[in-house]
Ligand binder design. Structure first.
Ligand SMILES: CC(C)(COP(=O)(O)OP(=O)(O)OC[C@H]1O[C@@H](n2cnc3c(N)ncnc32)[C@H](O)[C@@H]1OP(=O)(O)O)[C@@H](O)C(=O)NCCC(=O)NCCS
Length: 181
């Protein structure tokens, strides 16, 4: 699905455009994913695991735009991609199609500017319009910044999945969070 474009003003006064990434943004999206995975230990993937080719990424972005149950949002400051979020079905099948799952990442230099909150709020709003009834996510237990953000946006903790991630610093549980839309 394609999101309506909108502008938001960040905490530092910068103007940020929110819009769905297009196939021509493929290179910027791949670079963003590799960089955030290198800047933060809390992504679910490593930089070298961002392995789609440019053509594959462009096809992926085209499919996201055409899809009725998926949506991506890019945050652009002066045409530079600084944040990325997305939503899609949390599980397959009609019994679960009321549940969406959310993911997001912001470049470290832009943390604390309100982009995380803007992305979460906008993705929840869009998910409601798309017919979803709940938004879910999993987050590494030690990711205090993200957990605090999600709780402030109305998510509640539903449980812990032990040993969900094995990182350079050891094993981490995943906190499962959910919010009624
Ligand atoms: C998590 C992430 C998306 C947050 O993005 P952000 O743009 O910095 O978020 P915001 O600026 O909207 O808000 C961050 C909030 O956390 C607060 N915060 C910062 N550090 C914190 C900490 N250690 N503990 C608790 N809260 C913290 C800030 O004060 C701010 O609160 P506010 O909304 O009341 O001002 C970003 O840090 C990120 O991309 N991290 C790497 C990838 C990642 O972890 N993704 C989520 C995977 S589930």
């Amino acid at each position: 699905m394609r999101a309506e474009e909108r502008e938001t003003i960040l905490n530092n006064g910068a103007r940020c455009l929110l819009r769905s990434p297009r196939p021509e943004d493929g290179e910027a999206v791949l670079r963003h994913l590799r960089r955030v995975a290198g800047e933060s230990p809390y992504t679910a993937f490593l930089p070298e695991e961002v392995s789609r080719t440019l053509r594959e990424e462009q096809t992926f972005l085209k499919r996201q735009l055409a899809s009725r149950d998926r949506l991506m949002l890019a945050c652009l400051v002066e045409d530079r991609l600084v944040g990325l979020g997305g939503l899609g079905p949390a599980a397959a099948g009609r019994k679960c199609c009321h549940r969406a799952e959310l993911g997001l990442s912001v470049r470290r230099r832009w943390w604390g500017q309100g982009l995380g909150r803007t992305l979460v709020e906008e993705l929840c709003r869009q998910a409601g319009r798309m017919g979803y009834a709940r938004m879910e996510l999993t987050v590494m237990e030690d990711n205090a910044r993200a957990v605090a953000l999600y709780e402030r946006c109305g998510f509640v903790r539903c449980g812990l999945l032990p040993d969900a991630y094995r990182t350079a610093t050891g094993s981490q549980a995943a906190i499962w969070m959910s919010k009624a839309l």
